[in-house]
Design a protein around this ligand. Sequence first.
Ligand SMILES: [Zn+2]
Length: 258
Amino acid sequence: MLNFRNTNIAFALLLMALMVFDIIFSVPFYVYLLLVISYLSFLFYGSYFVHSQFYMKTICKADINEKKIAVSFDDGPLEQHTPQILHILKTYNIKAAFFCIGKNAAANRELLRQVHHQGHTIGSHSYTHGYGFDLLSSKNMHKDLEQMHQLVKEALGIEMKWFRPPYGVTTPNLKKAVEAMNYTAIGWNVRSMDTIAKNETTLLQKLHRSLKPGSIFLFHDTAAITVSILPRFIEQVQQAGYEIVPLEKLINLQSYAD
Ligand SMILES: [Zn+2]
């Protein structure tokens, strides 16, 4: 299985073999360089692709055959679009998972409560969600996650169990911090790319093509295009015979501690 541990073992063995070979045949420098580049490429792949399971176990879909999917919204809650998303979900009687950013939740506590009271699941998406988050030490990542955890605990009286890595990036330090929080990492297998999508029709077509049993769709309740396409997305999913179920039901996992 391709993961961090196995990659390190394979790299160390190859490096040793190369050094032995070097004594007998004299290996050119570029061969070493090639080995290091391929090693770093593996690490990059593992960090960047949340479904790779390279550094840590991340749930990205459910292995089911029934036509069921779940939808999730990252990066809110913000006044700009979250209330509209909530309104649409209520209209269609759909429960979603909201992976909230702590600083946004702190600035919009009432909205956070509204998301919770409407029956959606609240998961952690870190407190700061800064560009430098993935470069933090595991101790500082833990501190960040703890800050978010306490905020939600105080505001809603719940203890979250789910965490979605900011930008979907995973690292050995994040693995440690997530384990220290006793969180389950939740990813996705359909990334809508709604934050950069320009054309509604193209986006809807792409989402339609990605429709498969057990899929977890990633949206952002910070993107205007998501508000525009959400009703049509829900309708096209239902017309294809699919049901949008709460993420807990799809993956059969509890989202809060007892
Ligand atoms: Zn995010």
